[in-house]
Design a binder for this molecule. Structure first.
Ligand code: C2O
Ligand code: CU
Length: 530
């Protein structure tokens, strides 16, 4: 597959999803972006990758899971929508593995498009990382693929496809790696998955939303097109999509989902590109919330995951303060807060000692004026909080990763930086055309690093929007002893330097976790030299 051309991945998706579009799009996409990868880099199935996997601790048990990606009707607690799921439920069932064990998960693809599975935040062998056209062949409709890899580090992770905008359907689930020597003491665990939802509502799909965004000028409808204004020529939209060139859909189907007005001081202005009809916690709308039961005085560990496509969430538990213990699966010096801010892909673990009563756990779609809710109940009496409830804990300054400190067990040893990878976050105006260093995504691009190096990733956000940037296969340290993260918010017009040790050879995606930005080109590849 190393010779697999990205475009054929796309064409396969188009053929399945769009019927007659294949002929129109295939040739139009041919370009220099299909250049073969440069020589001198580790291959995802190369000997360095296999050696690294052998060195990884992991004599623990093998957890076997069979999972099907399939179309299903999902009941969101009122609205019932046709969507794509793992095993027919949203979110998919949590997968749990013991640290030091092996996960063997066979994914069967019953979707009408190719797919793959990515293990967000996990430090694993590169050929199991689930990036089509880079680390594996796409899993075609009707076929299956066995993912098998060791998981050394405990923590809160999740998995999702890495194909097109499939992530913004119902295809996501938690992955928890349990610590056999868990240092925290708690009575219950509550996994809280946040999501913004559009799929199947009034005919919308994420592909249609992407096609609508492709018609944009910055933050507004496009007036006339670069090719002379052939408005309505849908195939033309493909030419603008730099990155993975998702299957084109008809932007006129369903309501216009582009986000218009709104702002967020926390996010430096424009909060997102998509106005979602629903916001969910654990697959439920706020009017039909999931209820989590405990007894007054219990200690509860919350594992909060933002699985959204285009929404940051501000999260608070009414009547409680939370003690943050981890972000992105990695321990931090414990810190109390009323509220948290999570960009897409980020996770926070918190401990709470629960009071007596009925309490709303609210996720405010930051800057979008809408909420998702779940309920914590420790007493039999007491009414369910109304949908739309906003506990006062949401009002203060929510904690974000920049104010945390890495736990010493995971902190990077100080050491001189060997190489700096420049990563300007850019947008080619006026199109909806995001990128790194003004370039579109190409699976043959390599930002070079070498094994053993201390690497600085130097993000400079030249755009007017925030981006949650994510690196596969590694954790990086935020400045000044900050936490170890795999996903971090970079605010508009700001810079951020993070550091990591290049200790996991392979070809690793680095991208914005706004799925619409990623699909429009804001992705690149960190490549280990061989
Ligand atoms: Cu959750 Cu490539 O990402
Ligand atoms: Cu982005």
């Amino acid at each position: 597959m190393r010779s697999l051309r990205r475009r054929s991945v796309l064409s396969a998706g188009l053929a399945a999803a769009g019927g007659g579009l294949l002929g129109a799009c295939g040739p139009a996409l041919g370009s220099g972006r299909n250049a073969p990868p440069p020589p001198g880099y580790v291959r995802p199935d190369g000997p360095q990758v296999l050696a690294a996997e052998r060195e990884r601790g992991g004599t623990g048990p093998v957890t076997k899971v069979e999972l099907a990606a399939l179309a299903a009707l999902a009941d969101l607690g009122g609205p019932t929508v046709p969507t794509w799921t793992y095993g027919g439920q949203v979110p998919g069932r949590c997968v749990r593995v013991k640290a030091g064990g092996t996960l063997e998960l066979t994914l069967t693809n019953h979707l009408p498009q190719p797919t793959t599975m990515h293990w967000h935040g996990c430090v694993i062998r590169n050929d199991m990382d689930g990036v089509p056209g880079l680390t594996q062949d796409p899993i075609t409709p009707g076929s299956e693929f066995m993912y098998r890899f060791k998981l050394e580090r405990p923590g809160t992770y999740w998995f999702h496809p890495h194909t097109g905008v499939q992530l913004d359907r119902g295809l996501y689930a938690p992955l928890i790696v349990d610590d056999p020597r868990e240092p925290l003491r708690y009575d219950h665990e509550w996994i809280v998955v946040l999501d913004d939802w559009v799929d199947g509502v009034a005919g919308s799909t994420p592909d249609i939303v992407l096609a609508q965004l492709a018609q944009d000028d910055e933050f507004g409808p496009r007036r006339g097109r670069r090719d002379g204004g052939r408005d309505g020529d849908r195939d033309d939209g493909m030419g603008d999509m730099g990155g993975m060139g998702a299957p084109t859909a008809d932007p006129s189907v369903g309501p216009d989902r582009r986000f218009g007005r709104g702002g967020s001081d926390l996010l430096g202005g424009h909060p997102g590109d998509v106005a979602y009809p629903y916001y969910l916690i654990n697959g439920r709308v706020a009017s039909a919330p999931e209820t989590f039961r405990a007894r007054p005085g219990d200690r509860v560990r919350l594992r909060i995951i933002n699985a959204g496509g285009d929404t940051a969430f501000r999260v608070a538990l009414g009547g409680h303060r939370m003690t943050v213990t981890h972000t992105d699966g990695q321990p931090v010096v414990h810190r109390d807060t009323d509220a948290l801010l999570l960009g897409m892909g980020e996770r926070y673990d918190v401990l709470v000692t629960v009071g007596d009563g009925v309490f709303p756990l609210v996720a405010l779609a930051e800057g979008k004026d809408a909420t998702a809710m779940a309920v914590l109940r420790t007493s039999a009496s007491g009414a369910v909080p109304a949908a739309g409830t906003r506990p006062s804990e949401l009002d203060g300054m929510p904690l974000s990763a920049h104010r945390l400190t890495a736990d010493e067990s995971v902190a990077l040893e100080p050491r001189p930086v060997d190489t700096t990878v420049p990563l300007r976050l850019t947008r080619n105006m006026p199109a909806y055309d995001w990128g790194f260093n003004r370039r579109d995504y190409s699976p043959s691009e390599r930002m070079p690093v070498s094994r053993g190096q201390r690497v600085r990733l130097s993000f400079v956000n030249e755009t007017r929007m925030w981006h949650p940037v994510h690196l596969h296969g590694h954790s990086f340290a935020l400045p000044d002893g900050g936490p170890m993260k795999d996903t971090v918010i970079v605010l508009p017009r700001r810079s951020l330097d993070v550091e990591m040790d290049a200790d996991n050879p392979g070809l690793w995606m680095l991208h914005c976790h706004n799925i619409y930005h990623a699909e429009s080109g804001m992705m690149t590849v960190l490549g280990y030299r061989s």
